[in-house]
Write a protein that binds this ligand. Structure first.
Ligand code: ZN
Length: 126
């Protein structure tokens, strides 16, 4: 995980040094801190399956798909349980990440599949 912090003037967006409290351009004392966190999730030991439906005929193989397994959660450098369900009939995309140690839900996504596919057209390389 990489964390990058940027300091900018609250008024004119001038980039500021970490130690600067007054903007050298406009003299304002307000500044904002922009922190970028770069985290990735690597897929490991996944099992996946699908179900064909006579009600469904499209370019995709399955009307219903599931995927679950252990993922390396790079942010905390340990494994988590990940489960994903894609339902093309109900137009559903559900993603759930659980902590195997205490069963705590770390991530949960439930949205229309059509919306999800629009927002993730770029494929990541693992
Ligand atoms: Zn300024």
């Amino acid at each position: 995980m990489t964390t990058i912090s940027n300091y900018k003037c609250l008024v004119c967006d001038n980039p500021m040094d970490k130690n600067e409290t007054t903007c050298p351009v406009c003299g304002n004392e307000g500044r904002k801190i922009i922190t970028l966190i770069n985290e990735g999730v690597q897929v490991l030991d996944m099992c996946a399956g699908g179900m064909k439906s006579p009600r469904y005929s499209g370019k995709h193989k399955f009307a219903f798909e599931f995927l679950s397994g252990k993922n390396l959660f790079i942010k905390e450098n340990r494994y988590v349980d990940k489960a994903r369900t894609i339902d093309r009939i109900e137009d559903l995309y559900v993603e759930k990440v659980t902590d195997p140690l205490n069963g705590e839900q770390l991530h949960y996504k439930n949205e229309p599949l059509s919306k999800h596919q629009k927002s993730s057209t770029r494929k990541k390389k693992h």
